[in-house]
Design a protein around this ligand. Structure first.
Ligand code: ZN
Length: 443
């Protein structure tokens, strides 16, 4: 039977907790990972007690818009919070305050090396409490810690533009870099400060028909697992489709021990959350002026920095990208490259050797770093007479190559370069060797 080829269709949903001082709708401390005990940062609002009134955290709103602008989004000048209803023990109100049809940001994009990934929307909501499953007095119990209840949570939703597992990983990593650069989220993946979700289906190559199913990969807490899980799903779904079978809507998780995805639940119908505007929270109106001010205060993002280093310092794209991700040392690296230029060193070579760990940057002492670079790349000036002697010898031994050079095969020069360098006892300056070679060959 003829093998059908399939193309991945994938969109992502990423949740990240904002690191504001207080929670989204109350004054409780927002620090769930460092709390000394469960339920110490709670109040009637984040415990969902009747009559408690939420007040929106304006910093969280500003930061959401900041992210939206960094991701080239359009900003809704009028937006609102909605109630999303469902029942779960970690959600004391019986609904989550989220945003439904008027999110703060929409229609943006993030660039990856495999193309743009369009951002469908970014909205702001509140996180839920955390369930702890324990055994107390020989009884299995579920405990709830509400320290996380009401922590501001942003959700970034893409269009299904992701075409490979590698691109999904790059997208998620770049997004984390931006969130950190903006100083709005720590994105501690292990603690759940950033959570990844991928919606995956396969389309037969050559058809325009969109797949009629979607597999949701949920609660992925590492970039590596994300890539592995998507690749696993491509393989698994191809097999099922190849056998002429149907794939259904379902949610799957990743088992990192067995290296495979597993079924969590099937979805028969779309869930009905009965969204409606939260009557306790007034809608939010923003002016273009407010948005303009946020825009002007955006820092340089890793991708922009990589581009600037490529054009100003001629860094190769892969090294520029790798180094630009180091948000913490961005300024020092910038100074280092500037210093290198002043000393007539090649920043591109320096960047290459930093990424390849030939040089360790001393951030306290950039001069020392350049000294290390200098000694690593030190070349000796060879006595002209010695050099010419060796060149004459090499040319005499390879008369045929000399003829080819004169016949127009200029690339033979690199062969001569190699031969001369090999015969020299010291590490010579290639420029000196090249120009002396030219003197002999071109006259
Ligand atoms: Zn509270």
């Amino acid at each position: 039977m003829k093998q059908t080829e399939y193309q991945l269709i994938c969109g992502m949903e990423v949740h990240a907790e904002l690191k504001t001082k207080s929670k989204m709708f109350c004054g409780c401390k927002n620090d769930p990972f460092h709390a000394s005990k469960p339920n110490c940062y709670t109040c009637p609002t984040c415990l969902g007690l009747p009559g408690a009134l939420p007040v929106a955290n304006s910093t969280a709103i500003e930061w959401t818009i900041k992210l939206g602008l960094a991701l080239n989004c359009r900003i809704n000048l009028f937006s609102k919070f909605d109630r999303k209803h469902y029942f779960y023990p970690d959600l004391p109100k019986g609904y989550q305050i989220s945003q439904y049809d008027l999110p703060f940001c929409y229609d943006g994009y993030l660039e990856t090396s495999a193309g743009k990934v369009r951002i469908h929307r970014i909205h702001l909501e509140e996180d839920t409490g955390k369930l702890l499953h324990k055994t107390v007095h020989n009884q299995k119990v579920s405990l709830v810690d509400f320290n996380r209840s009401g922590v501001p949570l942003i959700e970034i939703v893409t269009e299904p533009d992701i075409k490979s597992a590698a691109q999904a990983k790059e997208y998620a990593k770049t997004l984390r870099g931006i969130l950190r650069e903006l100083h709005i989220a720590d994105c501690d993946m292990e603690q759940g400060g950033m959570r990844l979700e991928a919606n995956i289906s396969l389309q037969a190559v050559g058809t325009k028909e969109l797949p009629n199913y979607k597999i949701e990969l949920k609660n992925i807490n590492s970039f590596r697992f994300l890539e592995q899980a998507i690749n696993y799903e491509i393989e698994r779904q191809s097999q099922v489709l190849q056998n002429g079978e149907q794939l259904n809507q379902e949610t799957r998780g990743w088992n990192a021990v067995q290296n495979k995805t597993f079924l969590q639940r099937t979805k028969e119908e779309a869930e009905d959350y009965r969204y409606f505007p939260d009557p306790d929270l007034p809608p939010i109106r923003l002016s273009t002026n407010q948005i303009e001010i946020i825009k002007q205060n955006l820092p340089e993002l890793p991708l922009e920095r990589a581009k600037r280093w490529m054009s100003n310092y001629h860094l190769q794209p892969e090294f520029a990208t790798r180094l630009s991700e180091d948000t913490k040392h961005a300024q020092q690296l910038d100074s280092l490259f500037k210093l290198a230029v002043n000393k007539k060193f090649e920043p591109s070579k320096l960047a290459n050797q930093i990424v390849n760990k030939k040089i360790t940057v001393n951030y306290q002492n950039l001069e020392a770093t350049l000294e290390e670079f200098e000694s690593l790349n030190a070349t000796a000036t060879v006595d002209d007479n010695d050099l010419e002697k060796i060149i004459r010898q090499v040319l005499a031994e390879h008369q045929d190559a000399v003829n080819r050079y004169h016949a127009g095969q200029k690339q033979v020069l690199s062969f001569f370069m190699g031969q001369v360098m090999k015969n020299l006892k010291v590490k010579a300056d290639p420029q000196q060797v090249r120009s002396t070679l030219h003197k002999y060959l071109d006259n």
